[in-house]
Design a protein around this ligand. Sequence first.
Ligand code: 2HG
Ligand code: ZN
Length: 473
Amino acid sequence: MPDPIPSLLDALRSALGPAGLLTDPADTAAYAEDWRRLYQGHARAVIRPSDTAQVATAMRLCAEAGVPVVPQGGNTSMVGGATPDADGSEVVLSLARLNRVREVDARDLTMTLEAGVTLKAAQDSAAASGCLLGLSISSEGSAQIGGVLATNAGGNNTVRYGNARDLVLGLEVVLADGSVWNGLRRLRKDNTGYALRQLFVGSEGTLGIITAAVLKLAPRPRETAVALCAAASPEAALALFGRFQAYDPGAIQAFEYMSGQGMGFVLRHIPGAVLPLARPADHYVLVELATPRQDGGLRAGLEAVLEAALESGLIADAAIAESDAQRAAIWRLREEHSEAQKREGASVKNDVSVPVSAVPDFIAAATAACAALMPGIRAVPFGHLGDGNIHFNLEQPEGADPAWFLAQDHAIMDTVNAVVRRFDGSFSAEHGVGRLKPYMMPAWRGGAELETMRRIKAALDPRGLLNPGKVLP
Ligand code: 2HG
Ligand code: ZN
């Protein structure tokens, strides 16, 4: 069969103009590798449409040529969800040029924006209108709304505002054949058949390409308080969460756990990172409270809860941010966890969830199971304790060969997953399935569930042209 790509590229070039297509390997290389550097793909071309109509044209031309398309946003996937195959048979479609915030409506508390807007830019434009976009993830400076929705990202504020899926009122999607579904409705109630938008959210680009969305906003907090605490144990961290819930469950904006191991990596590898506590600890909690009320008395509430926790030995120390700069510095210790682990060496990630109440027992059991599997392996549990999503990452033993360690990723992930299963948890809490985890699907989602997913895929993308090899085994 003749190679269909050269004539496809000619057609794309004349339809999208020179800015709409990259083919020089120097330009396409960055789109072909994932952030973790687990997958080195080969993108014969990167299509860069500038609006929805161009996305539709590009999809129609790719469908006519029978060439598979890998949609890509900020390329921050932790599971290789946006990386093309290595054989050069696929093209990448970047949404980066669809980067307009179309509208922020402070009365309706909604914003309408295009897929290529970064999450950070979306947060900033919501804030400029006196609103809050209640979604925050460590990669928000690069991650784009299209990818955030396609992967149903979770992050730090799930405890209060839910996952990406909970914020979506409307979507615009380009389908595999190039047709466009405009579902950019901004209704709080719309009970009209299947909720198609929820089908595309979390589909990881395998069912359609999200080009724009209407998101729900919240009133902007008027008072925010952030503290970093040295916790006695994961149990103590959970008990502290209970204390804050008893104080005001609606005020908890983020409740994050970090281990001494992970914090140690951050302090070692991230320039400028400083621990604002007297001495290092084995366990840390970052808590953020926020309220839209003016007279919230939030700071006093935070202090009272922390003082009582100090007295009862749940925590040994706490630092409360006194300024925006201190607040950012505390958050940086949390957000640089992934980067610090990358600099420390090879790591195997397990983005898992268990019931919130089971987190301490899960951490203990998974730590023991991994130590039994591989002497010297370093467990780095951290993450979103307030919603039960722990990143149970494993760093290579000191001095071990990174390639040797990564070659055992399935054994390590399977060991952790066996513990997750005991707690009725999930093998993917917020990062999705991507290219890394489809092999887990039959054991976890087999039977009627996986069969239904396959039928949906066959109905929307019968030729398998959208993000092949992702999600479904
Ligand atoms: C986070 O919570 C991200 O910072 C990344 O989900 C987690 O690196 C990871 O495993
Ligand atoms: Zn996370």
